[in-house]
Design a protein around this ligand. Structure first.
Ligand SMILES: Nc1ncnc2c1ncn2[C@@H]1O[C@H](COP(=O)(O)OP(=O)(O)OP(=O)(O)O)[C@@H](O)[C@H]1O
Ligand SMILES: [Mg+2]
Length: 224
C-alpha cells in the first residue's frame, strides 16, 4: 500500500539567468514500511525533494498524496499538522536551537502533544540514551561537537514517533561506529514497527541497509 506518492513534481529556484531547475517531473511511489535511500551528486535536488515530502517546502507544480490524502500546499495550517503528527524530519543542517539545551531541543516538537510533561520527558530520555547522548542533556547546542549535534537532531525526530521518518544525510557528521548505530536504530524501527523511512545519503554503506536505493541527477531519477 502506497503511503507517499509524488506525481510530476517540479521545483525551480530563482529567475532568469539565475534560474535552477531543482526538480524536473519527479514521480515517486513509496509503500508503507519501506526503507529507502536516495543518492546523487551534490546539488542534484535530494534535499529539495525531501523538504517537499516533509511539507517544509512547496513544489511549483505536481501532486503529493500522503497516506491517501491529497496534500494542499496552499493550506499552511494543514501542513503544520502533517509536520507535527505524520512525518518527522532530520535536517541536513540539524536545525537545532543554539540557545536551548539538548533536552529542550528534543522536547520542543512534543510540546503540542496531549501528553503529560513526565511522558514527554521519558520519551525524550529514552532516545537520548539510545543515541548515547543522555549525559549531554543539560548542555547547550554550541557546546557540542558536530556528531553530537547530529545525534540530538536524530533524537528529536525519533521521539516524535511518527509513521514516516525523513532523514537528510543523518550520518553525514558521524564516525563509522555511530553511523552503524544510527542505521541499526532506523532498521529496527523499520522492521519492528513498520515505519516508513527515507534517507538521503552519500554513503553507500548506509544505502546497503535499505530495501532500495534511488539515484538522482539534475533533478531527475536516473534508474527509472
Ligand atoms: N533556497 C534556495 N534558493 C536557490 N537555490 C536553491 C535553494 N535551495 C536549493 N537550491 C538549488 O537547488 C539545487 C538542488 O539543491 P538541493 O539542496 O536539493 O541539493 P542536494 O542534492 O541536497 O545537494 P547536497 O548533496 O549538497 O546536499 C541546487 O542547485 C541548489 O543550489
Ligand atoms: Mg542536501
Amino acid at each position: 500500500m502506497s503511503i507517499l506518492t509524488l506525481k510530476n513534481i517540479c521545483k525551480t529556484y530563482g529567475k532568469g539567468n539565475a534560474k535552477v531547475n531543482a526538480l524536473n517531473n519527479i514521480d515517486l511511489d513509496v509503500n508503507k514500511g519501506e526503507l529507502i535511500a536516495i543518492m546523487g551528486p551534490s546539488g542534484c535536488g535530494k534535499s529539495t525533494l525531501l523538504n517537499i515530502l516533509g511539507c517544509i517546502d512547496t513544489p511549483d507544480s505536481g501532486s503529493y498524496f500522503l497516506d491517501g490524502q491529497d496534500v494542499d500546499f496552499k493550506k499552511i495550517n494543514g501542513l503544520s499538522d502533517v509536520r507535527n503528527h505524520k512525518v518527522s524530519f532530520v535536517f541536513q543542517n540539524f536545525a537545532l536551537i543554539k540557545e536551548f539545551t539538548v533536552m529542550d531541543n528534543v522536547l520542543l516538537p512534543l510540546k503540542f502533544r496531549k501528553t503529560s510533561k513526565k511522558q514527554r520527558t521519558d520519551t525524550a530520555s529514552k532516545y537520548l540514551k539510545e543515541l548515547d547522548i543522555w549525559s549531554l542533556r543539560k548542555k547547550h547546542i554550541n557546546e557540542l561537537s558536530g556528531g553530537q549535534q547530529q545525534r540530538v537532531a536524530i533524537s528529536r525526530a525519533l521521539c516524535q514517533e511518527t509513521e514516516i521518518i525523513l532523514a537528510d544525510e543523518p550520518t553525514g557528521a558521524l564516525d563509522e561506529e555511530n553511523s552503524k548505530k544510527i542505521m541499526d536504530i532506523f532498521c529496527s524501527l523499520n522492521k519492528k514497527l513498520n515505519k516508513t523511512i527515507i534517507i538521503v545519503t552519500h554513503n553507500p554503506i548506509v544505502a546497503d541497509y535499505c530495501d532500495r536505493t534511488l539515484h538522482m541527477k539534475d533533478g531527475r531519477w536516473i534508474d527509472k
